[in-house]
Design a protein around this ligand. Structure first.
Ligand code: KIV
Length: 293
């Protein structure tokens, strides 16, 4: 699978593999990662030559309108993973394990991780936490499933963290983050997301690890960067963290289009002749005559 050219966009683009991602770090090439949640966004992300597509549990907020990622279920995730896998044929595909799909029991964690590959058509899973999930990470990797770690601000633990706050701001917390990162690397993670971590701390972690770090709100010194699709294109307006750069205001463009549609329907301007089907005059005459008789 890793050497396959998909022909999805241009024939020379090759499917991104886990080995390509490891190679990027040793070659000093930065890795790009974006979230996607459905077929059409996955197509756009893939056509932008993004290396990794993450079906993030952030879909709970941006797609389902939930207040946090905590209520997201395995069924929610698998439904969206399948749609993304149909659209993104070149990027490496990572599915985000939702809250309570891996925390309670290692065997359940392995089974749920397996579902992401068997039913969700993903190639790897991501799960949140440091040393406390090391046993689970090891067991999932031993089952043949690549795992991406996620430390720093871990949204599934927002109640324990007391809110969406920057992590690793004291020397003690920064040391703990570095230790967690090393433990995750040692237990077999192929990459680690660092979320909302001061840049110098993220830089030290990135230099110390052999596997690539992917930053979100962790500065420019990580081995790659990830953003949430809806934040990047301006489709989510509930809140925008400081680390988000909005590259487009697609929400406004779509809103204007919808409002114009409603106005044109009310005024009778839509549909015009170009959007309307005709019928042959003789067929129409005969139809009208049949009504008279
Ligand atoms: O769920 C998500 O979108 C994530 C990214 C922010 C890394 O975990």
């Amino acid at each position: 699978m890793s050497n396959k050219t998909t022909g999805h966009d241009s024939p020379e683009r090759r499917k991104v593999s886990i080995l390509d991602l490891a190679g990027r770090k040793s070659q000093g090439k930065l890795i790009t990662m974006l979230t996607a949640y459905d077929y059409s966004s996955a197509l756009l992300v893939d056509n932008a030559s993004i290396d990794i597509v993450l079906v993030g549990d952030s879909l709970g907020m941006v797609m389902l309108g939930l207040d946090s990622t905590v209520p997201v279920t395995m069924d929610d995730m698998l439904h969206h993973c399948r749609a993304v896998a149909r659209g993104a044929r070149i990027a490496f595909l990572v599915g985000d394990m939702p809250f309570m799909s891996y925390q309670a029991d290692i065997a359940e964690g392995i089974r749920n991780a397996g579902r992401f590959l068997k039913e969700g058509m993903m190639e790897a899973v991501k799960l949140e936490g440091g040393r406390e999930v090391a046993g689970t990470v090891r067991a999932i990797v031993d089952a043949g499933i690549p795992v991406m770690g996620h430390i720093g601000l871990t949204p599934q633990s927002v109640s324990k963290l007391g809110g969406y706050k920057v992590q690793g701001k004291t020397a003690k917390d920064a040391s703990r983050l570095l230790e967690d990162a090393i433990i995750l690397e040692d237990t077999g993670c192929f990459s680690i997301v660092l979320e909302a971590v001061p840049e110098p701390v993220a830089e030290i972690i990135s230099r110390r690890l052999h596997i690539p770090t992917i930053g979100i709100g962790a500065g420019a010194k990580c081995d790659g960067q990830v953003l949430v699709y809806h934040d990047l294109v301006g489709l989510f307006d509930r809140f925008t963290p400081r680390f988000v750069k909005q590259y487009a205001n697609a929400g406004q463009i779509i809103q204007d289009a919808l409002t114009t549609f409603a106005d044109e329907v009310h005024k009778g301007d839509f549909p015009s002749a170009e959007h309307t089907y005709a019928i042959d005059d003789t067929e129409l005459d005969s139809f009208l005559k049949s009504l008279e008789s």
